[in-house]
Write a protein that binds this ligand. Structure first.
Ligand code: ATP
Ligand code: NI
Length: 264
């Protein structure tokens, strides 16, 4: 880990057609360290996806952005597919139903790495192996609907990292999956970002899931960054009552009771 990948300074976002012009992000100061795995935690509507869209330059027209986003790690705003990859909750929204798995994973590599189709197919096949799709030969020719939800998510991840992006943004990427598959996908993401030295933004409402593998946690509430810090310090000494309540609501994260139960 070294250097700052991205600096947010008083970042604010207001969607044009929001009810009372309420900000979806309000004065956020946050540094994303190159190579770190950073979890963005918060309840529904707290601004997590807005942060992802702002970073990715994918805010809808009419959104007002205030403050600064600096990219010392890149020197320029990131380009979709090339500098960052995105994985969403619903792989259906990122995968094209009429393209084979091979075609869509190869496409990113072909376009952004300047590979021929033949080379891109080889890379796609390797990527399917890396995301542990069983029978990659067969999967290359399959259409997304022929795969399970967990396998589709593996394909989305393969497509997202096809062009070797520096930043991988996973927005509730595991929320639609059952717990076992969720754990597998988290392990996969963790392994991939470690091997490739990617920076990972892991967006989730599930602080327990994130705490198991990320380096740092940033907690959002009502458009504001409540606190950010290394997992250990946030879990053991949260700075805000909100974070403390969030931790307490997860039995497995809260500190064990100090007084052991005395049998009657
Ligand atoms: N396209 C949009 N137009 C207007 N308002 C929006 C738009 N997208 C999000 N918002 C509003 O911005 C606020 C933050 O939304 P955002 O999607 O960033 O939250 P989130 O933390 O990702 O929530 P969730 O966990 O439900 O995905 C919410 O009040 C939401 O209603
Ligand atoms: Ni969201």
């Amino acid at each position: 880990m070294s250097g700052i990948f991205c600096s947010l300074r008083q970042l604010s976002v207001t969607y044009g057609r929001d009810r009372n012009g309420a900000a979806a992000l309000d004065g956020v100061d946050l540094d994303i360290v190159a190579g770190e795995r950073l979890a963005i935690i918060g309840e529904s509507g707290s601004g997590k996806s807005t942060l992802a869209r702002a970073l990715a330059g994918l805010l809808p027209e009419g959104a007002k952005v205030g403050g600064e986003m600096l990219w010392p790690g890149l020197g320029h705003p990131p380009r979709a597919g090339r500098d960052f990859g995105l994985v969403f909750q619903d792989p259906g929204s990122s995968l094209n139903p009429v393209l084979t798995v091979g075609e869509q994973v190869a496409e990113g590599a072909r376009r952004h790495l300047g590979l021929s189709w033949k080379q891109a197919y080889v890379r796609a096949w390797e990527l399917l192996g890396r995301v542990r799709i069983p029978q990659p030969d067969k999967a290359m020719r399959a259409f997304p609907h022929q795969l399970s939800g967990g396998q589709r998510q593996r394909v989305s991840i393969a497509a997202a990292i096809a062009a070797k992006p520096a930043l991988l943004i996973a927005d509730e990427a595991t929320s639609a999956l059952d717990v076992v598959v969720q754990a597998e996908i988290v392990r996969l993401l963790d392994g991939l970002v470690r091997e490739d030295g990617m920076t990972l933004l892991f967006i989730t409402h599930d602080i327990a899931l994130a705490s198991g593998f990320v380096d740092r946690i940033a907690v959002f509430r009502n458009a504001k960054l409540v606190e950010a810090g290394p997992v250990r310090s946030v879990l053991s000494a949260p700075k805000s009552d909100y974070t403390a309540a969030l931790i307490a609501s997860h039995r497995d994260l809260a500190t064990p009771p100090l007084i052991a139960e005395v049998p009657a």
